[in-house]
Design a binder for this molecule. Sequence first.
Ligand code: FAD
Length: 381
Amino acid sequence: MDLSLSDTQAGIKQLAKDFCDRELAPNARELDRTEAYPEELVPKLFEVGFLGATIPEEHGGMGLDYLSYGLIVEEAGRTDASVRSMISVNLGLVASSILNYGTDEQKAEWLPRLAGERDPGLGAFGLTEPDHGSDPSSMTSFARRDGEDWVINGSKMWITNGSRGVLTVVYANTDDGITAFLVPQDADGYEGRPLHGKLGLRAGDTAEVTLTDVRVPGDAVLGEVGRGLRIALHSLDNGRMSLAAGCTGISQACLDASLAYAAEREQFGKPIAGFQLVQELLSDIYLDLEASRSLWQKVAWLHDLGERHTIESSVAKTFCSEAAVRNANRAVQVHGGYGYSDEYPVGRYLRDARVTTLYEGTSQIQRLLLGRHLTGVSAFT
Ligand code: FAD
């Protein structure tokens, strides 16, 4: 059950549900099977406005509140988690950073593109490196000044939208500390190579990015020189809400698929839905689903009130991602042997859910953040 929704929010939810059922659901299995990027879908996502959901109307977006945004992301997560990831990174990690820290010129240059109003293209968030994931503060990508310009060298790993987008927020060390740079993906020396063979999110663009003497002007710095890590952490507060909403969508999909299967599948002369132990599986999915939805919607509510929600985002991200993994596992169990093939979607739900306890801060890192919040003692130092 959702929080009480306004008429506009309920309308957005219905729009998102209809769009995702029509445009995402029918192709999700084939895209997953073939690891194909949803080329034809991206223009439709721009057209319907979802890729610009939280970007203000003056910059070409829909100007929606975060609750509405979460409703869209939940529907995308329910139908195709690869597409959900694409939207979350574009808005939760990239557009929100530019909105919060960008100059008027940077907003005017990039936000209409990320929203799809002109020269549409996706944004990527380049923090992780091959040897530096949970501890980005030790990154080795480096930007040096050259007159008015900066020259960036380094490599980034697992970058969503990193080879098929238009912009990457690249985090690199400078003499004054980690700095965020707005790097066009067509800049000389920027190379994004798609990664294949992933367990899940197989239709998503996940790239290894190499930066070789990438030259950007001084005004490509986002926020202040040396304050990049602050931008990354702040944007992760937004990204984690969106991730939690997407995971709730996976849990909803697990419930829908499991209820349908349990009603149709018969053993011992009756539908398996009538067996108490199957009902336990279904009820446990539902319990985790309802708790997940309450948690992400609480974060959205805080965001819409203008409150900071670092801890609440971390709680929602941790719970909803782990709940999605539990629920996908339960859904496979309900489906028996058929759950182990891609004739049914629950195997994909499990593979897609699995990454969500890893990215945007692993479950272990989240617990250390919560531990520091509760005890006042940092396990990182
Ligand atoms: P590591 O940091 O090496 O961790 C390995 C294990 O050690 C984990 O279990 C971790 O919890 C544990 N560990 C590490 N440190 C501690 C500690 N102090 N205490 C206890 N346990 C610890 N990154 C981006 O920047 N942008 C993206 O768009 C992006 N998209 C991604 C998409 C996909 C599909 C994937 C798989 C990853 C993506 N990532 C992205 C990277 C992701 O955020 C990292 O994989 C994640 O932060 C973990 O880093 P790591 O893989 O280097 O693991």
